[in-house]
Design a protein around this ligand. Sequence first.
Ligand code: CU
Length: 113
Amino acid sequence: MNTRRFSGAVMMAAWLALPGAALAGEIHEVHMYKYRFEPAEITIKAGDTVRWVNKERRAYHNVWFRELGEAATSELFPEETYEKTFEAPGDYPYVCEPHEKRHSMTGVIHVVE
Ligand SMILES: [Cu+2]
């Protein structure tokens, strides 16, 4: 038996068993602080994930991709997080529903190939 070839097959099998891990993109943090998304605008690659983190002392926020026809997230209290992975290139504007109007709490994710 060709040992080198065998180990290659094992490695391939492991890779196939973990497609998500093998293809996982980067994680980018966006803070929710002082009624702002920081940064409010970021550019990421397809397959990357954005993690929103509430850095307030008391206020809660949410994340709503209204234009995608999705429901808003539940309320995110201090230190709570929300993650979303973006597979398709495009521009994804979003808002914090409770603070969109009064605080202009909006953001946009640009996803490139
Ligand atoms: Cu908010």
